[in-house]
Design a protein around this ligand. Structure first.
Ligand code: HEC
Ligand code: HEC
Length: 250
């Protein structure tokens, strides 16, 4: 019985200290310096790379599935999202949702992706953020701000989608372009086997329509990412919907 009580105490202490670690993400720069050692060391950069390539048990996704670090562009899905080269040095990320000092504190937006797309079941730690930042800064290439327009961030705009839908409904779909785009990005999850818990949009019983496809593309859902106008245009939405509807397996 004593042993059990001791175990409970140890576990709850560990849990409490985990919680505290997360709060540190909001501490000032100087305190951050104290808590994390030399973020420029090779070991730190290697740790960041490891995190970037580590697969979530829950979703089956890893950062490198959606973002390019300059070496993984063979995966066409990475064409649809920002690259992470020098991301922590950008002045603003996530389309202005994260700016200034918060860029570094949130791993240039990695903390949002960690929760949304990896669903790791615990908050990302300060050390992991620092390691990711070190990795982003170690990557070769020009540091560019990632600029795009989306309906999901910095603020969600559902009314605009309604307007867009009227327009998209009047477009003439190009099914070949729809197939290309579907295979480059959607198929990575819808159709592949590595990503978990993804509903089928290719089976006969898929009851979607233009509205549901457009909604999912513009806003994402669960760990489906949202897409900007620059990456998937209204014409592309028309084309992809046509491909999905005409290609359903009987
Ligand atoms: C399922 C796809 C997906 C996964 C997996 C994912 N992200 Fe993201 N990430 C996004 C989307 C969508 C955005 C916002 C749109 C964009 O920047 O292309 C984004 C934005 C970002 C940004 C901000 C870029 C900028 O300049 O605005 C960074 C940095 C980032 N993610 C890093 C990560 C890291 C690190 C991981 C792993 C812990 C990760 N992401 C996992 C989809 C993903
Ligand atoms: C990173 C993985 C991922 C990618 C890439 C992805 N999806 Fe999804 N998609 C999901 C998940 C997970 C859901 C389930 C969301 C939910 O349950 O709310 C989903 C749901 C959907 C749905 C609703 C399905 C239903 O049963 O009603 C549609 C439609 C859809 N996605 C279309 C697309 C299209 C089109 C693309 C490409 C432009 C795409 N998805 C890219 C993961 C993904």
């Amino acid at each position: 019985m004593k042993k059990l009580l001791f175990l409970i105490l140890v576990v709850s202490l560990a849990a409490a200290s985990c919680g505290r670690k997360e709060e540190k993400t909001d501490l000032s720069k100087d305190q951050r310096k104290e808590s994390s050692g030399n973020t420029n060391s090779a070991g730190f950069t290697a740790k960041g790379k490891e995190i970037f390539y580590q697969t979530s048990n829950l979703t089956g996704l890893k950062c490198a599935d959606c973002h390019s670090d300059g070496t993984n562009t063979g995966n066409t899905n990475t064409k649809y999202f920002s690259d992470v080269i020098g991301a922590s040095k950008r002045t603003s990320v996530y389309s202005g949702m994260i700016t200034g000092e918060d860029v570094k504190k949130k791993g240039a937006g990695a903390s949002v992706c960690w929760e949304t797309y990896l669903k790791m079941g615990r908050p990302v730690t300060l050390e992991e953020i620092d390691a990711l930042n070190a990795y982003f800064e170690s990557l070769k290439g020009e540091v560019k701000e990632s600029k795009y327009t989306s309906l999901a961030v910095p603020v969600s705009d559902k009314a605009k989608l309604k307007e867009d839908l009227l327009k998209i409904g009047g477009l003439t779909p190009d099914i070949q372009n729809g197939e290309k785009k579907f295979k480059e990005t959607c198929g990575f999850c819808h159709g592949g086997k590595t990503v978990k818990h993804v509903p089928s949009v290719t089976d006969e019983d898929f009851e979607g329509n233009l509205k549901s496809v457009a909604f999912h593309i513009r806003f994402g859902a669960k760990f489906m990412p949202f897409y900007s106008y620059e990456k998937i245009s209204d014409q592309d939405i028309s084309d992809i919907t046509e491909y999905i509807m005409k290609n359903k397996k009987k």
